[in-house]
Design a protein around this ligand. Structure first.
Ligand code: TPP
Ligand code: SF4
Ligand code: MG
Length: 287
């Protein structure tokens, strides 16, 4: 039978989703995002990834700052912390240092992570804090109705930024690679299967895993990071890309016009907790 043309019945789909177990990771609060927002894919993909990894909700904390993206913990059936604007990573650091057994997932938008919170990423990355940070990049401040953000492209016009954006955008992947993040990847909300597979890999990594997710703000960006444009722009990293090669990862991170999806870089090295434990052992030994 030609599967592409086979009808898809809602009841069958619903049954499949209900039986998959991934809904166990979702709270009873339905997302308040605008219909069509890329964030719906991300919450679905996080549930699917956590289900695939068999992560226990009671040992998981989802931490966020402020913004549409940062409403995320409300929609997860885990412990959650909706903190101050830009402060997800300091909170995540405290939680993980207090209890290294916990799975900690930090989430937030481009404004939260790279504007007000921009000073924190470098330290979480270089110290190799063992958490996953998913950055929802829509190139705009969605919650506050469409101001430009540090990842807005040159010339971007919005309702609250009616003159063209004159500021050069940041290159988050280059930043994270040079800060020393031990796992760096990129995904797109419009490709949900790959997104969930990347989240699974990021959460399975021991150390600071940074996943950059391109995600359209359908309400306040009608011209730039739309599904139509991103569908045409994104492509996979070449098959032969060596994710242990930092220089190769940095070279691919330059492809901002045609963002490349997949795992840029991964390395296995001492985490923040390993270093703290080492210091404790030395202090206890009196050396
Ligand atoms: C200290 C402080 N400054 C400013 C704000 C206003 N504010 C709330 S969310 C936000 C930006 C959100 O943008 P982003 O992080 O990209 O998230 P999005 O809404 O796009 O998901 C700003 C400036 C605030 N809540 N607190
Ligand atoms: S304003 Fe934009 S980012 Fe916020 S929920 Fe709506 S579409 Fe999503
Ligand atoms: Mg944003």
């Amino acid at each position: 039978m030609n599967k592409i043309n086979a009808p898809v019945y809602l009841e069958d789909k619903l049954e499949e989703v209900q039986e998959s177990g991934r809904l166990d990771y979702r709270s009873s609060t339905l997302p308040t995002w605008c219909p069509g927002c890329g964030y719906f894919s991300i919450v679905e993909a996080v549930g699917a990834a956590m289900n695939a990894l068999n992560i226990d909700q009671k040992d998981t904390v989802v931490v966020s700052g402020i913004g549409c993206a940062s409403r995320f913990p409300f929609f997860m059936n885990t412990y959650g912390f909706h903190t101050l604007h830009g402060r997800a990573l300091p909170l995540a650091t405290g939680i993980k240092v207090a209890n290294d057994e916990l799975t900690v997932l930090a989430v937030g938008g481009d404004g939260d992570g790279f504007a007000i919170g921009g000073g924190h990423i470098s330290h979480a990355a270089r110290r190799n804090l063992d958490i996953t940070y998913i950055l929802f990049d829509n190139g705009i401040y969605g919650l506050t109705k469409g101001q430009t953000s540090p990842t807005s492209v040159l010339g971007f016009k919005t309702g609250t930024s009616p003159y063209e954006n004159e500021d050069k955008p940041l290159n988050p992947l280059m930043m994270l690679l040079s800060y020393g993040a031990s796992w760096v990847g990129q995904a797109y909300a419009g490709l949900p299967h790959q997104l969930s597979e990347m989240i699974e890999q990021a959460m399975a990594h021991r150390g600071f895993s940074y996943l950059h997710v391109l995600s359209p703000c359908v309400t306040f960006d009608k011209t730039t990071m739309t599904y139509k444009n991103l569908d045409m722009m994104v492509r996979d990293l070449p098959e032969g890309h060596d994710s242990s090669d930092l220089m190769a990862a940095m070279a691919h991170a330059q492809s901002v016009e045609t963002p490349e999806l997949g795992l840029y870089y991964a390395e296995d090295r001492q985490t923040l907790a390993d270093g703290l434990n080492h210091t404790i052992e030395r202090a206890q030994a009196g050396g």
